[in-house]
Design a protein around this ligand. Structure first.
Ligand code: TYD
Length: 144
């Protein structure tokens, strides 16, 4: 997947299996079966103060599956041409993000947990943290 040419419609909302009995539910994410990459890193955002905004960057190579493991929040996605806002509010729904999309996260509900499964280890070099730099990165695609 060329991160310079990814667009919002490349984002996939996936419904994870859900095994429920009277004691609760389990959802499972398996490498290569439920997602198109092997998970190298898991991180999660929690204790998020009301009104917080996170993200504000794009990745050059990283693919991610983002899950509202608890509560809800919005993800604003931007491919350099178009923007969309997606609300995540179920622990068995994941948003599969290809590389090359600017994202911001906000509207976190109290006690929410944003769980992220990532295709690579943490690498600051993979981040585009400046929006204009992001637009330059996408420029070949945007010139079309
Ligand atoms: P960042 O990815 O910018 O967080 P968010 O998009 O949620 O606002 O990361 C915030 C800080 O945490 C930054 O200093 C880098 C550090 N960090 C790591 O050290 N390892 C990681 O795996 C992640 C995701 C962040």
């Amino acid at each position: 997947m060329n991160p310079k040419s990814t667009i919002i419609s490349d984002v996939k909302r996936i419904e994870l299996n859900r095994i429920t009995d009277h004691n609760g539910s389990i959802s499972v994410v398996q490498n290569s079966l439920d997602i198109p990459f092997d998970v190298k890193r898991i991180y999660y955002l929690y204790d998020i103060p009301s009104g917080s905004e996170r993200g504000g960057h794009a990745h050059k190579f990283l693919q991610q599956l983002i899950i509202a493991a608890s509560g809800s929040f919005d993800i604003i996605l931007d491919d350099g041409k178009q923007k969309t806002t997606i609300n995540l509010n179920r622990p068995n729904i994941g948003l599969l993000l290809p590389p090359g999309l600017w994202r911001e996260l906000n509207n976190f509900s109290s006690g929410s947990i944003c769980l992220v499964l990532a295709s690579h280890e943490y690498d600051e070099q993979d981040y585009l943290r400046d929006y204009n730099e992001f637009l330059v990165f996408k420029a070949i695609f945007n010139a079309k």
